[in-house]
Design a protein around this ligand. Structure first.
Ligand code: BGC
Length: 495
C-alpha cells in the first residue's frame, strides 16, 4: 500500500507546519498500519501558490519542513523500517519564483529565455481548456517586463517549461538524479501528460511526451536500480494505459477512472461500472501495476465520465454548493460516502483486491472529515487528527483496526497482490465477482454494491469447502452465496 501524505499537515496544526522530524517520529504508525511506501506531495521551497506544486528550487527542502539533513534522516529511518519513499516530481512547470523563470523573464536575450514557452501574442494553442477555471481564464499570461506572453496549463504562477529545449530535458534529468542519488525510491510524475505543446493538438499525451518518458526511464534505469516512476495523468483509461507503453515508460499509473466508477457503482448499485474499467485493455507489461486511489489531495476527477454519469455523481456526492470545483468533486472519502462505515469499508476492500496497488490518502484510514469552508482544495488537506488515530488504534472495532487487518490479510495472500485476475459472472448486476490466482492458490472475491442482501453465483454446481480469509475459518460455500448489503467476502478455494 502506498500512503500519500502532506508533510505540512501530517504532524502540523492549523497554525504550525508539520516537518520531517515530526514525520520521522510517526513512521512506526505507518508501519503498523501496513504501509509499504510513502508518497510525499511536493516538499520543496515554494511560494505555495499551489501548495508546493509551484516549485522554486527542485534540489532543496522547504524551510517549514526542515533541512535536507532532516530529510535524509527521515529517509534513512523509513528505509530502516522497510518503507519506500516516492517524491512528487513536478516537471511540467516551475514556480514563477524559480531562478530559471526569473532569468527567463529578465530579457528576450537571456540564455534561459527559451526554457519557457513565450509568444508575441496569445493566440497559440487555441481551444486548450483552462484547468483551474476557479482562478484562471486563459493559459497565456502577459508579462509586461519583456512584452510577451508565457504559457501555463495551471495557475499563472506556474509557467510551463519548454521541453522542446534540450537543456530543459537535461536539467530535469539532473533533478531526478539528485533525489535518486540520495536514495529516494522513485517519483510520482505530476501532470505528466501536459509536458509538450504542439499547434493543432490537444497539447496532452503527445508522442513527444512519451519519447521523453522513455528517455527518463532509460536514464533512471541506467544510473539507479529498482526505482519507480508513477504517472499522474487524469483521463480515461485509453489515455492512461499508453504511459506503461511496452514496459519502457512508467512502472505505475494512477487509474483515475476506477475511483470515479467505483463511486458511481455505489451510487447506482451497478457492479458493472467497476468491471467495465478493466474490459478491453491489454494486460499491463511485466513489473507494471495500476495505482488505485479512492481519494487524494485534489478534487475527485469526473471529467472523463459521460454527461449523464457526471450528473449522477454530482447528485449523489456533491449535494451542497461549493462541493463541485472546476471539473471535480472536492470531498474526502468518508464524508463523500455519507460517513457510512459499510460503504467506506467496501470501497477500501475493492481497491485492496483489484489487480493493482492500493493508494491511501492520509487520514482516510480513520475516516477523517473535510472542511469545505477552506478555499480550493485545502478543505481536503487539514491536519491529521492524531487524537482520533490513537483512539482508533486502541479500538478493535474501529475503521483503522479494520483496515490494518484488511491490509495484513492482503499481504499474507500474494494472490491478492500479484495474482492474475479473472472476472466472473455472478448472475447478479449488483455483485462484482472475480478470482485472483497465483502459483496454484486461488482467491474468490465478491462485492455486493447493492443496498439489500444479494445472492451471487460462484460458478460451481455444488457446495465447496473454502477458507474465509476474514475469519480464518473453513466453511461450506453454496453455489449461490448470500451477501449482506454493501459487503464483501474473500474466500480461498481448495488447491
Ligand atoms: C496535482 C495538483 C496540482 C497540479 C499542478 C496536479 O495534478 O495533483 O495538486 O495543482 O498537478 O501541479
Amino acid at each position: 500500500m502506498i500512503y500519500e501524505l502532506r508533510v505540512r499537515s501530517f504532524t502540523g496544526t492549523r497554525e504550525r507546519s508539520g516537518d520531517f522530524r515530526g514525520l520521522t517520529r510517526r513512521l512506526e504508525y505507518l508501519k503498523r498500519l501496513g504501509a509499504d511506501c510513502l508518497w510525499l506531495i511536493p516538499i520543496h521551497p515554494s511560494p505555495l501558490e499551489d501548495d508546493g506544486y509551484d516549485v522554486a528550487d527542485y534540489c532543496a527542502v522547504h524551510p517549514d519542513y526542515g533541512t535536507l539533513e532532516d530529510f535524509k534522516a527521515f529517509l534513512a529511518e523509513a528505509h530502516r523500517l522497510g518503507l519506500k519513499v516516492l517524491m512528487d516530481l513536478v516537471l511540467n512547470h516551475t514556480s514563477e519564483r524559480h531562478a530559471w523563470f526569473e532569468e527567463s523573464r529578465s530579457s528576450k536575450e537571456d540564455p534561459k529565455r527559451d526554457w519557457y514557452v513565450w509568444r508575441k501574442d496569445n493566440t497559440g494553442y487555441s481551444g486548450i481548456g483552462v484547468i483551474f477555471r476557479n482562478k484562471e481564464s486563459d493559459n497565456w499570461e502577459w508579462d509586461p517586463r519583456t512584452g510577451e506572453y508565457y504559457w501555463h496549463r495551471f495557475y499563472k504562477t506556474q509557467p510551463d517549461l519548454n521541453f522542446e529545449n534540450p537543456e530543459v530535458v537535461e536539467a530535469t534529468l539532473d533533478v531526478a538524479d539528485f533525489w535518486l542519488g540520495l536514495g529516494v525510491d522513485g517519483f510520482r510524475l505530476d501532470a505528466i501528460h501536459c509536458l509538450y505543446e504542439k499547434e493543432g493538438t490537444s497539447c496532452e499525451h503527445l508522442p513527444e511526451t512519451h519519447a521523453y518518458l522513455k528517455k527518463l526511464r532509460r536514464f533512471v534505469d541506467g544510473r539507479h536500480e529498482g526505482k519507480v516512476l508513477l504517472a499522474e495523468t487524469v483521463g480515461s483509461t485509453d489515455k492512461i494505459r499508453p504511459y506503461f507503453s511496452g514496459g519502457d515508460e512508467c512502472h505505475m499509473a494512477f487509474h483515475f477512472p476506477l475511483a470515479a466508477y467505483l463511486f458511481y457503482g455505489l451510487a447506482t448499485e451497478d457492479a458493472g461500472a467497476v468491471r467495465r474499467c478493466f474490459e478491453g485493455f491489454d494486460p499491463l507489461p511485466e513489473d507494471c501495476a495500476w495505482g488505485f486511489m479512492l481519494r487524494n489531495h485534489d478534487d475527485l476527477a469526473i471529467k472523463f465520465l459521460t454527461e449523464e454519469e457526471r450528473s449522477v455523481m454530482k447528485r449523489a456526492y456533491a449535494p451542497k454548493p461549493g462541493m463541485v470545483l472546476n471539473d471535480g468533486i472536492r470531498r474526502r472519502l468518508s464524508p463523500l460516502l455519507g460517513d457510512d462505515p459499510s460503504d467506506v469499508r467496501l470501497a477500501h476492500a475493492l481497491i485492496l483486491s483489484l489487480p493493482g496497488s492500493p493508494v491511501l490518502y492520509y487520514g482516510d484510514e480513520i475516516g477523517m472529515g473535510e472542511d469545505l469552508s477552506l478555499p480550493d482544495r485545502f478543505g481536503l488537506r487539514t491536519p491529521m487528527d492524531w487524537d482520533e488515530a490513537e483512539r482508533q488504534e486502541r479500538d478493535p472495532a474501529s475503521l483503522l483496526s479494520w483496515l490494518r487487518k484488511a491490509l495484513s490479510i492482503r499481504k499474507a495472500h500474494p494472490a491478492l497482490v500479484r495474482g492474475e485476475c479473472r472476472f466472473l459472472d455472478p448472475g447478479n448486476p449488483k455483485v462484482l465477482a472475480f478470482e485472483r490466482s497465483l502459483g496454484g492458490r486461488k482467491i474468490l472475491a465478491f462485492f455486493n454494491l447493492g443496498r439489500s442482501t444479494e445472492r451471487a453465483g460462484t460458478g460451481m454446481t455444488e457446495r465447496v469447502s473454502v477458507g474465509d480469509l476474514w475469519t480464518g475459518e473453513t466453511r461450506g460455500l453454496d453455489p449461490r452465496v448470500p451477501l449482506p448489503p454493501r459487503s464483501f467476502s474473500w474466500f480461498e478455494l481448495p488447491g
